[in-house]
Structures are given as C-alpha cells and as structure tokens.
Design a protein around this ligand. Structure first.
Ligand code: AMP
Ligand code: ZN
Length: 134
C-alpha cells in the first residue's frame, strides 16, 4: 500500500474537494491555499517529479492544468493565473507525487513573487549561455 497522500486521494482513501477528473488526471482544492481557488493537478499514476516523469505525461499534465486554469477563470472570474510546479526538496516540493499548483489571481491579492528582482551579472549570463548552448 502506497504511503503517498496524493495516491491516497486518488484512491479515495483520503477525502478531497475534487474539481476535475479523467482517466489519467485528478484535480482538487489545496487545503492550505495560497489564494482563493488554489487547485492541485496531479497524474493518477505515482511519479515523484519532473525528472522522473515521462515527457509525454508532463505535456498531458500541463494540458490538464490549462483546462483547470480556464475552468477556474470562468467560474471565479479571476484576473490572472499563476502556475507553480515544485521539484524535489531544494525546489520547494513537500509532497513527492508530482503536481501543478494552479492559482487564480486578482490584482492586489496576497501572493508575492518568490524572488528578488535584481539585474543579472553580464559575465555570468554570458558564461551560462556558452555552457548551456554548446
Ligand atoms: P508542494 O509544496 O509543491 O509539494 O505542494 C504540496 C501541496 O499539497 C501544498 O500546497 C499543500 O497545501 C497541499 N496538500 C497537502 N496535503 C493535502 C491534502 N490532503 N489535500 C489537499 N492539499 C494538500
Ligand atoms: Zn503518489
């Protein structure tokens, strides 16, 4: 038996507020929401993170997240949408069953960008570019 809480949600062993389901994916309201309508979209199959997930499945997950984003916008009349997808402990992941956070947004809401805005070092950018494009 899996100890994964999201697998348990898919199996109906832990209750959830489902807002979307198809044969491969499941979406439900986050119980510690970053804002009104904060929804998690997950594959029903257990995969830990972006690096272990097959490429096609990540594409399908993103497609369902878009569908859910549209649904939330239609029903909540949100003004914008922010999507987060955390991977591994260093990437802020706390539940190790891959998921996309779909967060409806309104101007002046309580969510803040999680990084400081400061200009890049030009030499560092150039060396990174060199490394990543060779
Ligand atoms: P992350 O930190 O990206 O791994 O996201 C995990 C998310 O799962 C957090 O936003 C939690 O609030 C949410 N969460 C944890 N347990 C539950 C649950 N039983 N039902 C709904 N959301 C949950
Ligand atoms: Zn799982």
């Amino acid at each position: 038996m899996s100890e994964c809480i999201f697998c348990k949600i898919v199996a109906g062993e832990i209750p959830s507020k489902k807002i979307y389901e198809d044969s491969e994916f499941f979406a439900f309201l986050d119980i510690f929401p970053a804002g009104r309508g904060h929804t998690l979209v997950i594959p029903k199959a257990h995969h830990e993170d972006i690096h272990s997930l097959p490429e096609e499945l990540y594409g399908s997950l993103a497609k369902v997240a878009k569908r859910v984003a549209d649904l939330l916008q239609d029903k909540l009349h949100s003004e914008g949408t922010t999507i987060f997808q955390m991977n591994r402990e260093s990437g802020w992941q706390t539940v190790f069953h891959i998921h996309m956070h779909v967060i409806p947004r309104w101007s002046g809401d309580a969510l803040h960008k999680p990084w400081d805005i400061k200009p890049a070092d030009e030499a560092e950018l150039a060396s990174l570019h060199q490394l990543l494009s060779e």
